[in-house]
Design a protein around this ligand. Structure first.
Ligand code: F0G
Length: 459
């Protein structure tokens, strides 16, 4: 008889960092001081930190050992060679330009490829990616499938590019106005939703026929590969590493924030196959980041990232990583809390529109919900709605994005199942008293990437 068995994390814990619970009154005071923006809270006032999965993971003993092997030579560090080898082995790209983190790579890619008036189609915007495209003179155009905008759609590949939308952009503007497609794996702003291999293949073929390059945002590509293994015909028996290689073979390069899949606290890279583009990138990296063999990273950090890249494709690792997110998502679904389905790879996204139907989007429901959860329990989450979407670069009007979400993001290898239970209980308690939550007004707005530093007041 078949007995179903549970899985468990493929590691045990060697070092612990104490965390502290605070009182509700104290947290209310912290929120007021932080202008109701969870980015402006102090880490020491947070109980369980689900703000982001970026740079917040726990490194392995093997990575920490690598930190002691840092070759801090200014030029030609051996850790750079290890990083290049890891990227070649796992992703399959020929050239690697290290950067201090993902946006450093986006900056270089945008500056070297985009000219004034260019269009960059992509599968939903990411905040820093889109801003770098705009600063380089381009405009981002969203060509993601419509299913991505429906939090209740169970479509298994809500990250896919809609080829009809892409064709229409090309027909209207001409291929020569489109330097590349910005193709994100496991789309963050859509709820951590994957792209199918078939879609990667079709987009690449279409673009090759027109001379348009395909540049991946491979920040969460391993999580995407895991979903392909789970959901797409023909991939169930393939190793994660092989699926990762196949995705990358359907692109011309990638920007990567190493702070996610690659399991490091800081770092990133731009990967390329074309020698001429690589040469251009090496000329820019020395201006903005550092010499092309360290690009803003210490030797020890490059070593940790090289080792993290190899660890990231281990099946037991990625199953436990995504499994923990699924565990939290299921708890919330069982409690009747409205979340984005299917549950994503790095985070559970609360649907603030359905959670707080009494609040108009102008009252920043997702921002208010993130504040209410922090007040309840000290669990820190993040707004991914109208504040994150910012303003239209031309009209300067607020963009009203279809998705108004709060992200509960899980750091890698950091929290236990009990932390998930406590977090789910807090969200459920807030859901039970949702009618008490009032809206916010923005009282300070920075010019760019406003969600990081904006301040709010209760209405
Ligand atoms: N691309 C994606 C899809 C990201 O999620 C991020 C960062 C970046 C690029 C930029 O990388 O932070 O290393 O410069 N996302 C973080 C988050 C900030 O919380 O989702 P970075």
């Amino acid at each position: 008889m078949f007995t179903r068995r549970s899985w468990a994390e493929p590691f045990k814990i060697k070092v612990v960092e104490p965390i502290q619970m605070t009182t509700r009154g104290y947290r209310e005071q912290c929120l007021e001081e932080a202008g109701y923006n969870t980015f402006l809270l102090r880490s020491r006032d947070v109980y369980i930190d689900l703000l982001t999965d970026s740079g917040t993971g726990a490194m392995s003993d093997n990575q920490w050992a690598g930190m002691m092997m840092g070759d801090e030579a200014y030029a030609g560090s051996r850790n750079f060679d290890h990083l290049v080898e890891a990227v070649r082995d796992i992703y399959g790209y020929r050239y690697v330009v290290p950067t201090h983190q993902g946006r450093g790579a986006e900056h270089i890619l945008s500056q070297m490829m985009i000219e004034d008036g260019d269009l960059i189609p992509g599968n939903m915007y990411f905040t820093t990616t889109k801003l770098h495209q705009e600063l380089a003179g381009g405009a981002f155009i969203d060509v993601i499938t419509d299913q991505a905008f429906d939090p209740e759609s169970e479509y298994p590949f809500k990250g896919n590019i809609d080829l009809d939308k892409l064709r229409a952009v090309v027909d209207e503007n001409g291929a020569d106005r489109i330097p590349y497609i910005s193709f994100e794996a496991n789309v963050n702003m859509a709820g951590g939703q994957p792209v199918s291999m078939q879609n990667f293949r079709e987009v690449y073929r279409f673009c090759q026929s027109l001379g348009i390059k395909v540049m991946l945002d491979a920040t969460r590509l391993v999580e995407n590969a895991y979903f392909i293994k789970q959901r797409e015909d023909g991939y169930a028996d393939l190793p994660i590493a092989q699926i990762v290689r196949e995705i990358c073979s359907l692109s011309d390069g990638a920007t990567v924030s190493g702070k996610k899949d690659c399991l490091v606290n800081i770092g990133g890279f731009l990967a390329l196959n074309d020698p001429e583009l690589y040469e251009k990138a090496t000329h820019l990296v020395v201006i903005f980041e550092g010499l092309h063999t360290y690009g803003g990273m210490a030797g020890r950090d490059m070593e940790a990232m090289a080792r993290g890249i190899r660890e990231s494709v281990d099946y037991e690792h990625i199953r436990a990583r995504v499994g923990q997110v699924e565990y939290l998502g299921k708890k919330l679904l069982d409690a009747g809390v409205p979340i984005v389905v299917p549950v994503g790879g790095h985070a559970v996204y609360l649907d603030a529109r359905r959670f707080l139907p009494h609040l108009d989007q102008e009252l920043f429901p997702a921002q208010a919900l993130a504040a209410a959860i922090y007040a309840d329990s000290g669990v820190r989450t993040m707004e991914r709605g109208m504040v994150s979407a910012g303003r239209d670069p031309v009209t300067r009007k607020n963009i009203r994005p279809p998705l108004e979400l709060v992200r509960m993001t899980l750091p890698r290898r950091v929290y236990t199942q009990a932390h998930m239970d406590v977090s789910a209980e807090s969200v459920t308690a807030v859901y039970d008293e949702r009618n008490m939550i009032t809206g916010l007004k923005m009282v300070y707005e920075p010019q760019n990437l406003r969600f990081f530093q904006a301040r709010f007041a209760r209405i």
